[in-house]
Write a protein that binds this ligand. Structure first.
Ligand SMILES: [Mg+2]
Length: 188
């Protein structure tokens, strides 16, 4: 599996592991599952979600990370207004949602745009409305149900656990470059 694309040339963040670069694939409110195509680097329509639900935030990945499922670490950014596919958001990490997709850990980092004044006081999980956390949990618990795929949810963790996961995923990516598991970022 090649991770060679322009987005992987972007560093993982400006203040790792607390402020990360989020590359948006799916804007908030969309049911279309867009993703960066690893072969071409273009934004590709993977599928229309089988479930009648939409993404509860801007959703994408942190570049130059490697999560346990073999992909870059996933991130959900709370936004006051959806951005667009390919948008880079400097995002402040506030929590971590644990889940397993087909037996593999597939954690989702929760973050807010670092420069959005309306999210200025969001520093940790306790600053996020409880109902929003339930919405996100419900979304991930059910979004693949009609595809016959079972998601096992593991609940929420606070910012310190999320930043530890970011750190691990950055190290895992760096180690994978050393052993040639993924292509190095293209020099630009
Ligand atoms: Mg993933």
């Amino acid at each position: 599996m090649s991770l060679r694309n322009q987005y992987m040339t972007v560093p993982p963040g400006t203040d790792i592991p607390s402020v990360v670069n989020a590359i948006v694939e799916i804007p908030k409110g969309r049911r279309s599952k867009f993703e960066v195509d690893k072969a071409t680097g273009l934004i590709r329509l993977d599928r229309f979600l089988y479930s009648s639900s939409h993404y509860p935030g801007d959703y994408g990945f942190i570049p130059q990370t490697l999560a346990e499922d073999g992909d870059a670490l996933d991130i959900l950014v709370m936004v006051n207004e959806p951005t667009f596919s390919g948008c880079l958001i400097q995002a402040r990490v506030v929590g971590l949602f644990r889940m397993k997709d087909r037996g593999l850990n597939d954690y989702k980092v929760l973050a807010v745009p670092d420069t959005d004044p309306l999210f200025g006081e969001y520093k940790d999980l306790q600053d996020v409305a409880g109902h929003y956390l339930r919405e996100v949990e419900h979304f991930f618990a059910t979004y693949k149900q009609l595809e016959g795929i079972h998601i096992e949810t593991g609940g929420w963790d606070k910012a310190s656990v999320a930043t530890a996961t970011v750190k691990e995923s950055v190290l895992r990516y760096e180690r994978s470059l050393d052993v040639g598991m993924v292509d190095p970022p293209i020099e630009t």
